[in-house]
Design a protein around this ligand. Structure first.
Ligand code: 6PG
Length: 479
């Protein structure tokens, strides 16, 4: 075979196909492989004119069609199918070759795979790719992990096909082994939180504001021009203005109100629990989806007629629209602050040395959570790379200070009107928890010491102490 391919893609369902096309459109020769050859043929027939493709029916021919070091992008379902593809390709590859898993893999799987392949001299790169089908084709945000040296040979190609902001690629080497997939996972966790907050804003505008979906679409369109400007706000306006063709009703009224999930939000929360990072905004959004999907429990509650207020339009004391915008922005800041804190905690735990500012930078375009305010997050970490929380950066501090009264009014209205707003409420509770001079955690320490002699530390001297609760005089002893 004369010409060799710079990169290969195996797994040609829509994401893999679009990534392959994107590489080809950027002038790279792309080797193609799929479990069933039909898909490979289809791609070449439909899009062969877009660039240079080398289709192969067998894994061996596919590998042989690649220049060295080989770069093989795997785009199959996360979990077992990824392991199966690795098992198929690893024996065909040679030291220095790269396997790039571009799916939404769990970062612990990525760590395991990277360690196993390293023993064979192969580079395994877990790369987070965000932006859906369109992003894969026109420029996604790419979060590659894996060994640094693999980035030298791989990075330029990924940067080529990634989204750009002022010519700068939305792709950077995130860190070793599972760092890329970890960051992509947190990206999705933040995505869940953002979507939940937007949904709560809509619900309040509808139930308390008395607005119809088409009017709320206009409100979101307006917000998209301001500091909330983001892909998710933009598509929310589109979804809200959609009218169902068969019934003539707003689209949002004919869709079942049960949010589904593929699991990356849940993984984010599970990982956060292990790291001890309070990602309450992400957790609330995962639980809110679970609650919405719990049809049996919701039916039982409806049948029992759980009492509570019925929302009434106009019940908010203040400018609802302006207040909800403030609550949304402040809560969103909290969710991002929590997500970034989780990335920093994992980076420390696994020695990944992730640059949080670089993550904000590569999320500015291409990905689902792309938003104007990521520029400010980037600036905050550029100024202070070890920032403990985004909330103390000047820009965000100003924003949450300014949102104070409105945020509290919105949470109070939601509670009084019986409208669930777990995202807004938990974000505010987190904020108040952070700024509290004294938390009731001291009482919890007392309870723990009482029933389990778990000891406590004092505010006025060093050491650990235990009170002999069972004795009459309840003396304190040093533990
Ligand atoms: C992205 C998206 C993508 C996917 C979500 C959907 O960054 O391009 O996050 O990865 O659409 O995982 O997640 P759920 O099905 O769990 O909502």
């Amino acid at each position: 075979m004369s010409e060799k391919a710079q990169i290969g893609v195996t797994g040609l369902a829509v994401m893999g196909r679009n990534l392959a096309r994107n590489f080809a459109r950027h002038g790279h020769t792309v080797a193609l492989h799929n479990r069933s050859y039909g898909r490979t043929k289809e791609l070449v027939e439909e899009f062969g004119h877009e660039g240079k493709f080398i289709p192969s029916e067998s894994a061996a021919d596919f590998v042989a069609s690649l220049e060295r070091p080989r770069r093989v992008v795997i785009m199959v379902k996360a979990g077992g199918p990824t392991d199966a593809v690795i098992d198929e390709f690893a024996p065909l590859l040679e030291p220095g070759d790269m396997l790039i898993d571009a799916g939404n893999a769990h970062y612990l799987d990525t760590r395991r795979r990277e360690a196993a392949l390293k023993e064979k001299g192969l580079h395994f790169v877990g790369a987070g790719v965000s932006g859906g089908e369109e992003g894969a084709l026109h420029g996604p945000s790419i979060m590659p992990g894996g060994p640094k040296e693999s980035y030298d040979a791989l990075g330029p190609l990924l940067e080529d096909i990634s989204a750009k902001v002022d010519g700068e690629p939305c792709c950077v080497h995130v860190g070793p082994d599972g760092a890329g997939h970890f960051v992509k996972m947190v990206h999705n966790g933040i995505e869940y939180a953002d979507m939940q907050l937007i949904a709560e804003a809509y619900d309040l505008l509808r139930q308390v504001g008395g607005h119809q979906p088409a009017e709320i679409a206009e409100i979101f369109k307006g917000w998209n021009e301001g500091r909330l400007g983001s892909y998710l706000i933009e598509i929310t306006a589109e979804v809200l203005k959609q009218v169902d063709a068969s019934s003539g009703k707003p689209f949002v009224d004919v869709v079942q109100d049960q949010a589904e999930q593929k699991g990356t939000g849940r993984w984010t929360v599970q990982a956060a629990l292990d790291l001890g990072v309070p990602v309450s905004g992400i957790a609330e959004s995962v639980f809110a989806r679970a609650l919405s999907g719990g049809a049996d429990v919701r039916k039982a509650a409806a049948d029992a007629g759980l009492p509570g207020p019925s929302p009434s339009a106009g019940a908010h004391g203040g400018d609802l629209q302006a207040d909800v915008e403030q609550a949304l922005f402040a809560s969103k800041i909290v969710a991002y602050a929590q997500g970034f804190q989780q990335i920093q905690a994992a980076s420390k735990e696994y020695d990944w040395e992730i640059d949080p500012g670089a993550m904000a930078k590569i999320w500015r375009a291409g990905c689902i959570i792309r938003a104007k305010f990521l520029d400010y997050i980037k600036q905050a970490y550029d100024k202070q790379p070890t920032l403990s929380t985004l909330l103390v950066d000047d820009y965000f501090l100003d924003a949450v200070s300014g949102a104070q009264d409105a945020w509290r009014r919105v949470v109070a209205t939601a509670a009084q009107q019986g409208i669930p707003a777990p995202g807004f409420a938990s974000a505010l509770a987190y904020y108040d928890g952070l700024r509290a001079k004294r938390l009731p955690a001291a009482l919890i320490q007392g309870q723990r010491d009482f029933f389990g002699a778990h000891t406590y530390r004092r505010v006025d001297k060093e050491g650990s102490f235990h009170t002999l609760w069972a004795t009459d005089d309840r003396t304190e002893v040093e533990a």
